[in-house]
Design a protein around this ligand. Structure first.
Ligand SMILES: Nc1ncnc2c1ncn2[C@@H]1O[C@H](COP(=O)(O)OP(=O)(O)O)[C@@H](O)[C@H]1O
Ligand SMILES: [Mg+2]
Length: 251
């Protein structure tokens, strides 16, 4: 059984002339400790998949299950239990952080919400998490606007790791960063995957970014999966026109 399994997932928005099929019977899986890339041009349905996995949206039909449990059902019964296991990092690093709070507070917040540890153990854990993502302890005292985009995204990763999730959903997590910083953050994610065995659904419109990090990839186009396979195989010998277009666009 895969850690994350989507089976025949369908999601449409609007109706009549405005009907958009954002996910058309999507079936895909992410195994324990595996990094699966999800790539496609803008509007192909990638964020819809992320939202369905996180339970932020409900499928019209089909199922999304995590560790063998239906995500919607799990959310209804035990939202915190699911949140401990599935965390996300999004494109805009500032959005998830409270601009008036120091970084240490934001990294500790998930621990506070989930009532893990006391003030002292949480403080120690925040420093450990900052260290995991390559940030020095002084960062804990800074405010978000004092940090660079790359540092902020490292903070978001630290925050996402605080609860020791089994799956990290990264939706365009490096897309707002400069190319050189992108590579650093991707390498950090790879290192974390190796060290912590955390699985990732890594989403980007840029196939070069997905290629850098993922073991296997899924290519979407207008709600459909048009290609899937081993990363090297898809990038080296794409079978679909859509994968070829993405490769040309990114190189
Ligand atoms: N809440 C929504 N209401 C209406 N249409 C939406 C909504 N969310 C997404 N869509 C549409 O669904 C399609 C897929 O969007 P999205 O999943 O955001 O794609 P991607 O992340 O690949 O850019 C797009 O055509 C988008 O306009
Ligand atoms: Mg998106």
């Amino acid at each position: 059984m895969a850690l994350l399994q989507l089976t025949d997932v369908e999601k449409t928005f609007g109706s009549g002339d405005r009907r958009t099929v954002a996910a058309n019977r999507v079936t895909m899986a992410v195994g324990e400790g595996e990094i699966v890339g999800l790539v496609g041009e803008s509007g192909s349905g990638k964020s819809t998949i992320a939202n369905l996995v996180l339970g932020l949206q409900k499928p019209d039909s089909g199922t999304v299950s995590f560790a063998g449990r239906d995500v919607q059902d799990w959310l209804r019964r035990d939202q915190r239990g699911l949140r401990r296991q599935v965390q996300a990092v999004f494109q805009q690093p500032l959005l998830a952080l409270d601009s008036r709070r120091v970084i240490g507070w934001s990294v500790a917040e998930p621990l506070v919400i989930h009532r893990i540890g006391d003030v002292d153990t949480r403080r120690a854990r925040v420093l450990e998490l900052l260290d995991h993502v390559g940030l020095s302890p002084e960062i804990a005292e800074r405010l978000p606007h004092q940090l660079s985009g790359g540092q902020l995204q490292r903070v978001n990763i630290a925050r996402a790791l605080a609860l020791e999730p089994r799956l990290l959903v990264c939706d365009e997590a490096v897309s707002a960063l400069d190319v050189s910083v992108q590579a650093q953050v991707l390498n950090l994610l790879l290192e974390l995957q190796e060290r912590l065995g955390i699985a990732m659904l890594f989403i980007s419109h840029d196939i070069a970014v997905v290629r850098h990090i993922s073991d296997s990839m899924v290519v979407m186009y207008r709600g459909d999966i048009v290609e899937r396979g081993d990363t090297d195989q898809v990038c080296g010998n794409p079978r679909s026109e859509h994968a070829r277009v993405l490769i040309e666009a990114s190189s």
